[in-house]
Design a protein around this ligand. Structure first.
Ligand code: S3P
Length: 175
């Protein structure tokens, strides 16, 4: 039986916001991979990208995912690119149901404008970059997902309740 839930999906779909509330409701520890990466590197995600590059960031992401995957009873919010390395999903799947949160590009853009810095979207045409990254990554998200939920029209509590309802139906998860 699995004891954790890992939230995956593109930047801006609500993994962190949903994860916090989900963890509280399920009485599990909330873990955000990006925060652990920042702690391990001693600098922010934009600083890692700027000073060391994306490859170094992905290496840290693999290390942190491996470390986190050894613990149980967690709600894990992954970064949007965690699916790019299959080893991450293999490790997460050992103890986590994978919940894929989605939203259309327009909603993502709006949410990202309101949120923190995203180095991959510091480009002249973020809309185009979002579309390109999304179409490249979609098959990775789809392949990894056990459960898929569109977050564009739902508020955080409704998304959380929908996740809990779907998780309850999954025989491989110990609620
Ligand atoms: C990334 C998403 C970010 C962060 C980094 C790279 C990506 O996390 O890990 O900027 O490749 O999609 P969020 O999805 O939490 O924004």
């Amino acid at each position: 039986m699995k004891s954790s839930i890992a939230l995956i999906g593109f930047m801006g779909v609500g993994k962190t916001a949903v994860g916090r509330v989900l963890a509280r409701k399920l009485k599990r520890k909330f873990v955000e991979l990006d925060s652990l990466i920042e702690r391990r590197a001693g600098k922010s995600i934009p600083e890692i990208f700027r000073e060391e590059g994306e490859v170094a960031f992905r290496k840290l992401e693999i290390e942190v995912t491996e470390a986190v995957s050894r613990n149980g009873n967690q709600v894990i919010a992954a970064g949007g690119g965690v699916v790019l390395n299959k080893i991450n999903i293999d490790r997460l799947k050992e103890d986590s149901l994978i919940v894929y949160l989605t939203a259309p590009p327009k909603v993502i853009l709006k949410r990202i404008e309101a949120g923190g810095e995203r180095p991959l979207l510091e480009v002249t045409n973020p809309t185009l970059t979002i579309q390109e990254l999304l179409s490249f990554r979609k098959p990775f998200y789809e392949r990894a997902a056990d459960i898929k939920i569109d977050t564009s029209r739902l508020d955080i509590d409704s998304v959380v309740d929908e996740i809990i309802a779907k998780v309850r139906q999954d025989a491989s998860f110990a609620l």
